[in-house]
Each structure stands twice: as C-alpha cells, then as structure tokens.
Design a protein around this ligand. Structure first.
Ligand code: SAH
Length: 355
C-alpha cells in the first residue's frame, strides 16, 4: 500500500534494517520519481477516463511504472518499518471509535487483526484443506507472508518490485527461523515467474492499487491458482458510479489525481471492476465487501506518526517528494470521509475442472 510513501526515506548512512545501505541512496535514480510522475499523470488521465484504457498502454510505460514503484519502496520501506513495523497496510478497528483512540490503540495489533478478519471473511479453511502453498502478491517486507506461514504451516512465496524489500523480508524471515517455509523474489505481479495452477491460495494485501492493468493482474492471479484454490484481494478502490453517471465528478477525479501523484498509483477502479472480471474469468463464490468503516482510524494514526519527532526529522531530510506524500495523507482522509475512496475486499475460487 502506498502509505509507505508517507514515511520519509531513511538517510543512506543509517541502516537498522541490515540490508545494503547503498540501496537508500537517492543518487541511484535521482530523477526517476519526477520523471515517473509525469508518466503517472498520463497513465492516470487515461485510466480514469476509461477502465479499459490500460490495454492501450505500452510495455515501456509499464516498465517505467514498475521502476518508479520499486524506487519508491526501496527508499521508503526502512523508515516505515522503524515506525510502524513489518506490516505495510491498514489496521482493522472497531467502527465508531472516537478519533482520540488513534493515540491509544495498538496499531500493530490492528494490522494483524486486518489479516485475520480478511481471512475469516474469505472463509479460508483453517483445518481440513487449509492452504499449503501460498503466494503473497506485493509482499512488502513479508509481514503477511510470515503470518500466513505460521498460521497454516504453509510454504509461502512473496513477490515485490522492490529489491530492498525482498532483501529485508528475507533477513527478517531468517531471523524468525522461517526460511525453510518462506521466501521472497523480485517479480512483477502482472508477469509472474510461476507455473500455472501452482498455489492453493493467492493473497494480495494492498498491492492491487498499484496495478495499471486490472484485467492482466486478475488473469495472472487466476493462472497461478490451482483449481479449487482461492484468491483474496484487499485494495483501495473508488466508489461505484451511480445510475446515470458515466464518470466520477471532476472534483473527485482531481482528488484522486493528487493521491496518484504522491503515491505512484496509476489506475483506480470500483470494486465491481474486480468482481466482473472474476465472473468473466469463470471464477466461483465471487464476493466483495466495503470495509471503509473499519479503517477510519488508520490515516489519522499515520498522520500522527509522520509528525512525531522521528517522522518530522525524516520528512525534512527527505525533501519534497515526502512532503508531498505527507500532504496527500489529508487527501486520503478526505477521500474516505466523502465516500469517494473505498477500502475493498474481493474474493473468489477457481473452479475445479471436470474430468
Ligand atoms: N502487502 C504488503 C505490502 C503492501 S505495499 C503488506 O501489507 O505489508 C505494496 C506492495 O506492492 C509493495 O511491496 C510493492 O512492491 C508491491 N507491488 C506494487 N506493484 C507490484 C507489481 N506490479 N508486482 C509485484 N509487486 C508489486
């Protein structure tokens, strides 16, 4: 999830994460974020006006996007981990908690609760036929991968575009004694290096919002799922269009544009885009839900952490891109509060082939 960008990039010399500190250096691709932002705008302009427009985008544009996302997470994951820990996704909170609760709630527990509640909602079996081979698509530093491996005793492979995340995920996993079960690779979710029907369970926690072509994304998830296996996507969406509406309102598109600029998000869609893709691909037990009511404390908490002493000092060290990210936190809150942004879950099962 793009909230990692809110966290200021850690300076090159500081490495509490045990990975090659040269990966932090902005000199690797100093102009990439700005270069990409230009491209992101054109991607976004197309994707917001037509949900199928991604098909028309060139492979060059896709690889430029991937480089931008990789660079983004390479530079921001360390400080996110320092402040928030191993999970880079929303927490799950009881609805209706007052805003002050953001100070007192344990947000790490809320993030683990998000994983647990999502699995329960998707009815992933815990005993008989529990998943034994899992892919964590867009794995961050592997918080979910390790949780799933422990919970199900499963083998888990996590993929990310960020080499630094893959390294850090590997080293935390080794320290946790889980290396025989859990591994990580730098790989593209839209072009996965795995055979067909390889996984019992496909898990994507807050990576779908980065995917420029939702159809290709879903098709890859379906391809690598074994017949009878399950898919669970937890992702940011925009609201459903109302009857008679052909697009979002201009002010809504403007708000999403600002978020895209800050967080490397090329395309937004409503949750129904995923469910109609799932139906068109022949999936079964397709369902989706809107969990926006369970995540409302998260962004205020991220804002608080960004303006903590560590957050502010990092913000000043890392400059405009991060400040822009910090400002966009406000847009996220506004998007959720106005009903424009939805925190969506989508699940489905790949049918068992008849012999
Ligand atoms: N699921 C993790 C991390 C969420 S951050 C967690 O909940 O902790 C978003 C993740 O999606 C990052 O790891 C980023 O590298 C990954 N990602 C974005 N686009 C991707 C793509 N095309 N292929 C693989 N990973 C991708």
């Amino acid at each position: 999830m793009a909230a990692a960008t809110l966290s200021p990039a850690r300076p090159a010399a500081v490495s509490t994460s045990g990975v090659d500190s040269t990966l932090h250096r902005s000199s690797i691709r100093p102009t990439l974020p700005r270069l990409f932002q230009h491209r992101a705008s054109s991607l976004r302009a197309q994707s917001l006006s037509s949900t199928d427009s991604a098909k028309a985008l060139s492979n060059d544009t896709f690889s430029e996007l991937n480089e931008g996302i990789a660079h983004f997470y390479d530079s921001s994951s360390g400080v996110w981990e320092d402040i928030w820990g191993e999970h880079m996704h929303h927490g799950y909170y009881d609805p209706g908690l007052p805003l002050q609760a953001a100070f007192s709630v344990n947000h790490g527990d809320a993030q683990v609760r998000m994983i647990e509640e999502s699995l329960k909602w998707a009815e992933i079996p815990e005993v008989d036929s529990r998943p034994q081979r899992i892919i964590d698509v867009g794995c961050g530093i592997g918080g979910s991968s390790r949780h799933l491996a422990r919970k199900y005793g499963a083998e888990v492979i996590g993929i990310t575009l960020s080499p630094r995340q893959a390294q850090r995920a590997t080293s935390i996993t080794s320290a946790a004694g889980l290396s025989s079960k859990v591994s990580f690779q730098v790989a593209d979710a839209l072009n996965q290096p795995f055979p067909d029907s390889h996984f019992d369970f496909v898990w994507s926690m807050e990576s779908g919002e980065h995917m420029p072509d939702k159809q290709k994304f879903m098709a890859e998830l379906v391809r690598v799922t074994r017949p009878g296996g399950r898919i669970l996507i937890v992702t940011w969406c925009h609201r459903e269009l109302l009857a008679g509406e052909e697009s979002l309102k201009p002010n809504e598109e403007e708000l999403l544009k600002r978020i895209c600029d800050a967080y490397y998000l090329p395309a937004w869609c409503p949750a129904s885009k995923y469910t109609s893709l799932a139906h068109s691909m022949g999936l079964q037990d397709v369902k989706s839900d809107d969990w926006t009511q369970y995540i409302t404390l998260f962004w205020p908490a991220v804002i608080l952490s960004a303006f903590s002493f560590r957050g502010i000092s990092g913000l000043f060290k890392s400059g405009w891109t991060t400040i822009k990210g910090a400002l966009a936190m406000y847009y996220m809150v506004k998007g959720y509060n106005s009903g424009l942004i939805k925190f969506a879950l989508i699940t489905a099962r790949k049918p068992i082939l008849e012999s």
